[in-house]
Design a protein around this ligand. Sequence first.
Ligand code: NAD
Ligand code: FES
Length: 274
Amino acid sequence: MFEIILKQEMAKSTIVRFDIKAPKIAAKIKPGQFVIIRVNETGERIPLTVADVDSFSGSITIIFQVVGKSTALMRSLNAGDFFKDVVGPLGKAAHIEKLGTVIVVGGGTGIAILHHITKAMKQVGNYIIGIIGAREKGMLILEEEMKSLCDEMIITTDDGSYGQQGFVTQPLEKYLNERHDIKEVYAIGPIIMMKNVSNLTKKFGIKTMVSLNPIMVDGTGMCGCCRVTIGNKTKFCCVDGPDFEAIDIDFDELEKRNSMYIKEEKDALLFSIK
Ligand code: NAD
Ligand code: FES
């Protein structure tokens, strides 16, 4: 059993942060790696990439969007409650090295995962330009945390209610046109955002890393659910990723596979609240 030691509702309660006491995982987990959580004995296995670690308290931070029955059930828990299982660290750690100037791009809930990677990139001495975006001001998460890690920071909102109006790709394109010292771009957010970032950076020949979130079941390379196509090769996100170089990822296939159970998820959520 794993105790929730902090709960915070963010972004109009559509995104939830939990700090979970898990000292063995906290001691080992690296940025980019994920855990699989079960709320109870019969619960769905939910893969979540870790947003932060506190080795002093032996806790890990997860931040997730409430989208279906299982995440709604998770949101109903409070500090002092327990998860049945937290399994991890799973997946490969992000490759972190001192490169010079890097741009980190985060969209929506993707900013949570980006936070852990940005922290590690800063620790090794990179100069970090952060671009984070949300649909509107109230949906933006981890602004202060990202500001404290980035040397320069741009915020965008789709509706212009805060920061620059537009998608994160607009300031990214401006930076890529104006600066010639960008060594790498790390982008995490909705699939369409990562695809558009990749299309953009390809034109400038800049290596770009993304974190993928396909449907997963076992998380250990056995079921094949999490497969993604990268340059005509099949990769299993749970063991080969979740972070991959963006070039040649078949984002359209990933989007299609991730949308397969949207109706079932909505039905399960409606049924659970009836
Ligand atoms: P969202 O739809 O609110 O978009 C967030 C930001 O992404 C936007 O503000 C914009 O700046 C950018 N964006 C959106 N569409 C774009 C486009 N066409 N071109 C360029 N930029 C664009 O995001 P959300 O609702 O928080 O996203 C949720 C999605 O992200 C879910 O599908 C979720 O599964 C996924 N997600 C992915 C990861 C990951 O590991 N990659 C992590 C968490 C969530
Ligand atoms: Fe089963 Fe990756 S989740 S192979």
